[in-house]
Ligand binder design. Structure first.
Ligand SMILES: Cc1cc2nc3c(=O)[nH]c(=O)nc-3n(C[C@H](O)[C@H](O)[C@H](O)COP(=O)(O)O)c2cc1C
Length: 219
């Protein structure tokens, strides 16, 4: 099957993409409205845009009635938000925040998550999440004639729960239990890991024969 995007509707291509790009990590974005109302929402169009300075991005569409989603409005007007990692334990609460509530609805209250004060930004962090990243809005880009946005945020501070760190101070992902979004109503867990070390050091320019012999040795 071959698909030319311009020959299809937006919703068809959305469905296609959400099946093609999987699994997706989930940014659980906490923000504050200009009036000071707490907001929480999940976004699986989420990635690292730059490692240093650390810049993350998430991509909100519009509400069904055409209005901007609250997370975009808040990131734009207040210039701040927090990205919290979603664990398997947090899945149902996260899902409860994914309705298009009016901006005056506090989604911490709806979902039962606990707000905890951030250090460098005004929006609170989600206490139940073992990884919380305080961000300052770096820029917001618009795509698809204003139907979609990409919000970039520089991480000003990482908060890591001690329980997810190994002896060397690295994050032990197995202790985090983050979940990933698939398509439709499906998610995946991250508890089934496998190891694949790189046979050659990154940064070296290998000769083709060297690569072949390393691959032969590993086979
Ligand atoms: C797991 C999950 C991932 C989602 N990812 C996105 C996304 O990447 N972009 C988007 O526009 N909406 C996404 N949504 C829907 C938003 O979370 C939903 O529209 C939410 O109400 C937006 O809230 P806000 O208006 O408070 O920003 C997702 C929903 C779920 C459950």
């Amino acid at each position: 099957m071959q698909i030319i995007p311009s020959e299809h509707r937006r919703d068809e291509i959305y469905k296609l993409l959400t099946g093609c790009v999987v699994p997706r990590p989930i940014a659980f974005v906490s923000s504050l409205s200009p009036a000071g109302v707490l907001n929480l929402a999940p976004f699986s169009f989420f990635s690292v845009a730059c490692p240093y300075p650390p810049i993350l991005c998430f991509s909100p569409g519009r509400r069904p009635d055409g209005r901007k989603k609250d997370s975009v409005v808040n990131a734009e007007t207040t210039g701040e938000f927090v990205i919290n990692v979603v664990t398997a334990q947090m899945a149902e609460g996260m899902n409860a925040t994914a309705f298009d509530f009016e901006p005056e609805v506090d989604e911490f209250a709806i979902s039962g998550f606990t707000p905890v004060a951030s250090d460098l930004v005004k929006p609170p962090r989600v206490a139940e999440s073992p990884i919380q990243m305080e961000c300052r809005t770096e820029r917001i880009l618009e795509f698809g004639n204003g139907h979609h946005y990409v919000v970039f945020g520089e991480v000003l501070k990482f908060h890591l729960n001690e329980a997810i760190l190994d002896d060397g101070g690295q994050i032990n992902v197995a202790a985090v239990h983050p979940i990933g979004r698939l398509n439709r109503a499906f998610y995946c867990r991250t508890d089934d890991q496998f190891k694949l070390a790189r046979p050659l050091q990154p940064g070296t320019v290998p000769k083709l024969e060297e690569v072949r012999s390393v691959l032969r040795a590993g086979a």
